[in-house]
Ligand binder design. Structure first.
Ligand code: C2E
Ligand code: CA
Ligand code: CA
Length: 748
C-alpha cells in the first residue's frame, strides 16, 4: 500500500512538476514573445526613423523588407519584389550584383549606384550591404542601408565641372589667402607662372607673379582698392616663369566672410600680348608707309610741327624738301608694277642714304618723298641735301635686266626767320617749288622764294587782265611747222596762242593758259584760237603751192573737252570756214585725257567720227600707260619734249621713246617728236622711229605770214634738205630756219 501511495504521490508530483513547467514555459514563451514584439516594434520604429533607406533581401535576392525612406529614395516604385527589378541604373545593377556574387564569402560590400526613379529623376546613393548567415554558416540573405548623396554629388560634379572650365579658359585665375599667398591656380596660371600643373601649390607670394616694377603698385594701389571697394581692375605686367613680362588686364576681387573680414582674394588675368601687338601694328600703320617702312605724311607733319616749335625757340629754321620721281608712272607702266615697286624701294634707299642721320625721310604718295631738316641757318643745307639726292641717283638702278636712270624733281621750302609758319604752309610752299621744278624740265630742285607767293598775287592780276584780253584783241596765233622725217617737208603746223599784254608785253602761255583753265576763260580763248586757225587753214588750203594739203593742229584744253557743245562747235566752225575736217587736228594733253577718261573718250569718239585728226599731246608726262592708247580713238602721239631732251645725252629716254614708237606703230599712230633742237636729237628721233618732228631746229612758232613764206619755199625746192649718210642717218638739215621767234622762246 505504501509503495503504491508513494508511486501515486510521485506520479502526482511529476504531473505537478510537468504542469508547472509547462505553465512556466508558456509564461516564459509569452514573455519572450512580448520581448520579441517589443524588439520588432523598436526595430521597425528605428528603421523608419533613420534617414537611411534600409532593406533586407533573401538569399535569392527577393526583397523581404524595405523601409519607408528607401521607398521615398526610390520614388515609390510599384511591384518591385526582387533586387532584379529594383529601379537601378542597369549598368549599376549589373555591377552591384557581380560585386555581391564575388562578395558572397565576404561579409559586406559598399558602393555607389544610381537609382532611376519611375518619374525619371535620378538619384545617387551610397549602398552598404552585409551578408546574413546562420550559426552553421548557411546564407540567410542580406541587409543593407542606402544613403541618398545626390545633393553632395551634384555639388561635387559642379565643382569638378567648374574647375574643368577654369582649366580650359586661357585666362589666368588664381585664389589667394588673405595674406596674399596663392592657394589655387587654374591650368593656364600654373603653366604660365611655372607652378606645378597638378597637386597642391607650395606657398608662393602672389606679388612674385608681377613684374618687379609693378609690385609696389599692386601692394599700394590694387590691393587696398580691392579691400576697400571689393574689386580692383587695371592693366599691369606679370612676370612669367621664364622671366619674360606679359602685359595683362586684371580683375582682383576681395571675397568677404559674414563678419566682413577678407576670406580670400581671386585674380582673373587676361593676356594682352596679342592685343598689344595688333595695337602696335595699327599704330605703325598710322605713322608708317607699309611699302617702304618710311614714316608717312601724318608722321612727317607732326615732326615738322615739333621741329618748327623747337627751331623757332632756338632761332634757327626748318627746311622741307618735297622730292618727286620724274615720270615714275611711265617707268611703272612700261616695266610693270612689281618693277615699279622695286624701283620705289631702291629710290627710297638712296634717299635714305642722302638724308643721312640728320634729315627725316618720309614717303607721301606713290612717288613722292619728303625730307625734313632742322636747325638750318639758310637754304644752303637743304640745297646741299638736294645735291646729295642727285648724286645718289646718278648711278642707274638695276631692275631685272634693265638699268634705269631715275631723276627726281625737288621743291624746297625753308621756314621764315623767327617767323612762324605751319607744316601745311611749308608743304604748300615746297609743293609750289616742286611744281616749278617740274615746269622747268624736271630733274632739278627749286627753292621756294617769295616770288612764288607773289606768283599767287600775280595770278590774280593776270586773271583780271585775261578777262579783257579777248575783247581787247590782245591775243595772236603763231604757227610752228612739223616736218616729215622721211621727206623733209612740212606737212603740218601747230597753232599756239600768244598774249600781247598792253603793259607786260608778251606773256608766255605757261603763265596764262593754266590760269585760263582754272578760271574757265580757256573755253573762250580756245574757241577764238580755233576760229583763227581755221581761217588760216582755209587761206592755206586755197594757196597755189598747197597741193598735198596742210594739217593744222590746235590745242584743246581739258575744259573744252568736257564742254558738251564742243563737237557741234567744231563741226559748225569747219563748215563756216569751208575747211575739210581732215585738215584740222586737235591736240589733247595726256593729263586732260586722264582727268575724266570717260568724258574724254566720248568726246574724242565724236570728234573722230567728224573726220578730225586727234593727237595725245605731251605724251609720257601724264602717267598714262602705253596700253591706254589702245582705248583712245587717236591718230597721233606727240612725245613730250623732256624725252627728246634726253635723247642727245643717252640714258633711258631712248628706251622709252623706242617703246612709244613701237607701240604707236602697232596701233598705226603717227609719232611726233616735240622740241627737237639739235641734230643729234633729230637723228635719234629718226632712228627710234618717229614720223614727224617739231622744234627750234626747224622753226620756232612764227606769225602766219612768216609761216606762209616758209611753206612756199618748202613746197618749192624744199626747205629742209637732208644730207643723208649711206646708212640713212641724217647728218644735217639745210638750210636752217632764217629767224627764230625769240620772244616765244622760253627762257630756259
Ligand atoms: P605744247 O602744246 O606742248 O606746245 C609746244 C610748246 O613747245 C610751245 O610752247 C612751243 O613754243 C614749244 N617748243 C616748240 N619747239 C621747241 C623747242 O625746240 N624747244 C623748246 N624748248 N620749246 C619748243 P608755247 O607756245 O610756250 O606753249 C606752251 C604750252 O601752252 C603748249 O604746250 C600748250 O600746252 C599751251 N598752249 C599754247 N597755245 C595754246 C592754245 O591755243 N590752247 C591751249 N589749250 N593751250 C595752248
Ligand atoms: Ca600742243
Ligand atoms: Ca606738247
Amino acid at each position: 500500500m505504501v509503495r503504491s501511495e508513494v508511486l501515486l504521490v510521485a506520479a502526482l508530483l511529476a504531473c505537478l512538476y510537468l504542469l508547472r513547467r509547462t505553465w512556466l514555459d508558456r509564461r516564459r514563451l509569452r514573455a519572450v514573445r512580448r520581448e520579441l514584439a517589443t524588439r520588432d516594434q523598436i526595430l521597425a520604429a528605428v528603421s523608419e526613423a533613420v534617414p537611411a533607406g534600409l532593406f533586407r533581401l533573401g538569399p535569392d535576392g527577393t526583397i523581404s523588407y524595405i523601409n519607408q525612406r528607401l521607398a521615398e529614395i526610390g520614388g515609390h516604385p510599384q511591384g518591385v519584389t526582387s533586387i532584379h527589378d529594383a529601379p537601378l541604373d542597369p549598368g549599376d545593377r549589373d555591377r552591384l550584383l557581380s560585386m555581391w556574387r564575388e562578395g558572397n564569402a565576404r561579409s559586406s560590400v559598399s558602393t555607389q549606384v544610381r537609382i532611376q526613379r519611375p518619374d525619371g529623376e535620378r538619384r545617387w546613393v551610397d549602398v552598404d550591404v552585409r551578408a546574413l548567415i546562420d550559426e552553421e554558416g548557411a546564407p540567410l540573405g542580406w541587409v543593407g542601408s542606402v544613403w541618398d548623396v545626390t545633393e553632395q554629388e551634384g555639388y561635387l560634379s559642379r565643382l569638378t565641372r567648374l574647375s574643368e572650365i577654369l582649366d580650359a579658359t586661357p585666362d589666368l585665375v588664381v585664389m589667394l589667402d588673405p595674406t596674399g599667398r596663392v592657394t589655387h591656380a587654374n591650368l593656364a596660371a600654373r603653366q604660365r607662372y611655372g607652378l606645378p600643373v597638378n597637386g597642391p601649390l607650395s606657398p608662393i607670394d602672389a606679388t612674385d607673379l608681377y613684374a618687379p616694377y609693378e609690385r609696389q603698385r599692386i601692394l599700394t594701389e590694387a590691393l587696398p582698392v580691392a579691400e576697400r571697394e571689393g574689386v580692383w581692375a587695371g592693366e599691369v605686367d606679370m612676370q612669367l616663369f621664364d622671366g619674360t613680362q606679359m602685359p595683362v588686364s586684371q580683375v582682383l576681387i576681395a571675397h568677404r566672410r559674414d563678419d566682413n573680414s577678407v576670406d580670400y582674394y581671386s585674380a582673373i588675368t587676361r593676356d594682352l600680348s596679342e592685343q598689344r601687338r595688333v595695337e602696335a601694328q595699327l599704330a605703325r600703320a598710322k605713322w608708317y608707309d607699309p611699302a617702304t617702312a618710311l614714316p608717312n605724311r601724318t608722321f612727317f607733319v607732326d615732326a615738322v610741327e615739333v621741329g618748327l616749335e623747337r627751331c623757332t625757340r632756338s632761332g634757327t629754321r626748318v627746311a622741307v624738301l618735297l622730292a618727286d620721281i620724274d615720270r615714275f608712272k611711265l617707268v611703272n607702266d612700261s616695266l610693270g608694277h612689281a618693277a615699279g615697286d622695286e624701283m620705289l624701294c631702291s629710290v627710297a634707299e638712296r634717299l635714305r642714304i642722302a638724308a643721312g642721320p640728320t634729315a627725316l625721310l618720309a614717303r607721301f604718295g606713290s612717288d613722292e618723298f619728303c625730307l625734313l631738316l632742322e636747325d638750318v641757318a639758310d637754304d644752303a643745307a637743304p640745297m646741299r641735301l638736294a645735291e646729295r639726292i642727285v648724286d645718289q641717283l646718278a648711278a642707274p638702278i638695276s631692275i631685272g635686266d634693265d638699268s634705269i636712270f631715275v631723276t627726281v624733281s625737288t621743291g624746297i621750302a625753308v621756314s621764315p626767320e623767327g617767323g612762324r609758319t605751319s607744316p601745311e604752309a611749308m608743304l604748300q610752299d615746297a609743293d609750289a617749288a616742286l611744281h616749278r621744278a617740274k615746269e622747268r624740265g624736271r630733274a632739278r630742285s627749286e627753292l621756294f622764294v617769295e616770288d612764288l607767293r607773289h606768283h599767287a598775287v600775280n595770278q590774280l592780276r593776270t586773271a583780271t587782265d585775261l578777262h579783257r584780253a579777248l575783247e581787247g584783241e590782245e591775243f595772236r596765233v603763231v604757227y610752228q611747222p612739223e616736218v616729215d622725217l622721211r621727206t623733209g617737208h612740212i606737212t603740218a603746223v601747230e597753232a599756239l596762242v600768244r598774249w600781247h599784254h598792253p603793259e607786260r608785253g608778251l606773256v608766255p602761255p605757261a603763265e596764262f593758259i593754266p590760269l585760263a583753265e582754272q578760271t574757265g576763260l580757256i573755253t573762250g580763248i580756245g574757241n577764238w584760237v580755233l576760229q583763227r586757225a581755221l581761217e588760216q587753214a582755209a587761206q592755206w588750203s586755197t594757196a597755189r603751192w598747197n597741193r598735198t594739203g596742210l594739217l593744222v593742229w590746235v590745242n584743246l584744253s581739258a575744259r573744252q573737252l568736257g564742254d558738251a557743245d564742243l563737237v557741234d562747235q567744231v563741226a559748225s566752225s569747219l563748215r563756216e570756214h569751208s575747211v575739210a575736217p581732215r585738215q584740222l587736228g586737235l591736240e589733247i594733253t595726256e593729263t586732260a585725257l586722264l582727268d575724266d577718261a570717260e568724258v574724254a573718250v566720248a568726246a574724242l569718239t565724236a570728234l573722230h567720227q567728224l573726220g578730225v585728226r586727234l593727237a595725245v599731246d605731251d605724251f609720257g608726262t601724264g602717267y598714262s600707260s602705253l596700253s591706254y592708247l589702245k582705248r583712245l580713238p587717236v591718230d597721233a602721239v606727240k612725245i613730250d619734249r623732256s624725252f627728246i631732251d634726253g635723247l642727245a645725252h643717252g640714258g633711258d629716254d631712248s628706251a622709252i621713246v623706242a617703246a612709244v614708237t613701237g607701240m604707236a606703230r602697232a596701233l598705226r599712230l603717227t609719232t611726233i617728236a616735240e622740241g627737237v633742237e639739235e641734230v643729234g636729237q633729230l637723228q635719234a628721233a629718226r632712228r627710234l622711229g618717229c614720223d614727224l618732228a617739231q622744234g627750234y631746229l626747224f622753226s620756232s612758232p612764227q606769225p602766219p605770214s612768216h609761216v606762209t613764206s616758209l611753206l612756199e619755199s618748202d613746197r618749192g625746192a624744199g626747205l629742209f634738205l637732208y644730207d643723208e649718210a649711206p646708212g640713212g642717218e641724217v647728218n644735217e638739215m639745210l638750210p636752217r630756219p632764217r629767224r627764230a621767234e625769240t620772244a616765244a622762246r622760253p627762257n630756259r
